[in-house]
Each structure stands twice: as C-alpha cells, then as structure tokens.
Ligand binder design. Sequence first.
Ligand code: CDP
Ligand code: MG
Length: 136
Amino acid sequence: MNNIEQTLSIIKPDAVERNLDNEIKEIFKNKGFSILREKKIQIEKSEAEKFYKVHETKPFYNDLCSYLSSGPIVVMILEKNNAVLENRALMGSTNPKEAEEGTIRKKYGLSIDKNSVHGSDSIENAKIEIDFFFRD
Ligand code: CDP
Ligand code: MG
C-alpha cells in the first residue's frame, strides 16, 4: 500500500565530526529514502533544549543538549513509504551495543549518547520536528 511519509533525520555531531555524513546519506538513499531538504548547521544549546524538551526531566537531558549543540549537524527531511518506522528500523536501537546488524547505530554509534543519528519516533513528532528545523 502507498503510504508516503516524511520524517526528520539528524546526523549528530559525533558522525559529522568523523566525516560520515555523506556515507550515511548514501545509506538512506540506497534504502529508498528521498532527501527532500537538508542543511548542515550548528545550533545553540537553547535550541537543543527546545528540540529535546520531551526529555527535560531525564537525567541525561543537560548532557544531551550540550552534545547536540557541540558541533555541526546535518538535518534532513526524509521521504519514503512508512518513512517514520522505516527510518527507526534503519537507525537501530538507541544503545549502539544493542543495535541490530546492518543498522546505522550498530555501524557508526560510539555510545548510548553519541549514537550518530536522530529520527522522529511518530508521524506527529515528525511534523513538529520538520517544522522546528524547516519552518520557512
Ligand atoms: O534517539 P532515540 O529516540 O532512540 O532515543 P531517546 O530515548 O528519545 O533519547 C534521545 C537521545 O538521548 C538518544 O538518542 C541519546 O543520544 C540520548 N540518551 C542518552 O544520552 N542516555 C540515555 N540513557 C538515553 C538517551
Ligand atoms: Mg527519541
């Protein structure tokens, strides 16, 4: 069935720092995702705090926001059938040690915090996150 969706993907600082952004973009394209928009940016910690507000009560929130704003990131709108779930599957588990073979986090993730990619976890959040980075 045709169920085209869009989702937000971020290549996080640990991966951009290792120059893995082009390689990771190729993985998405080879898996059938279209990259509708993309930009390499560095965000302020205050913006990271807004982006990850859902995690504000978690013990890792402060470090997470410092980390996401610590260096350049690549934010992308990905489009594909069932893009939200397909992207989550391709990313793998949050903890790279638990991520399945063939996933981006298994291949590139360094640790549970430096896990190379972000992906929206629902259609609703995908809309919010796309709007956050690509309002114009
Ligand atoms: O990114 P994902 O949706 O898989 O995981 P999350 O539970 O929404 O957590 C958001 C991000 O917080 C993760 O991708 C990690 O970078 C970080 N995190 C962390 O540093 N320590 C944890 N125990 C859990 C998550
Ligand atoms: Mg999440």
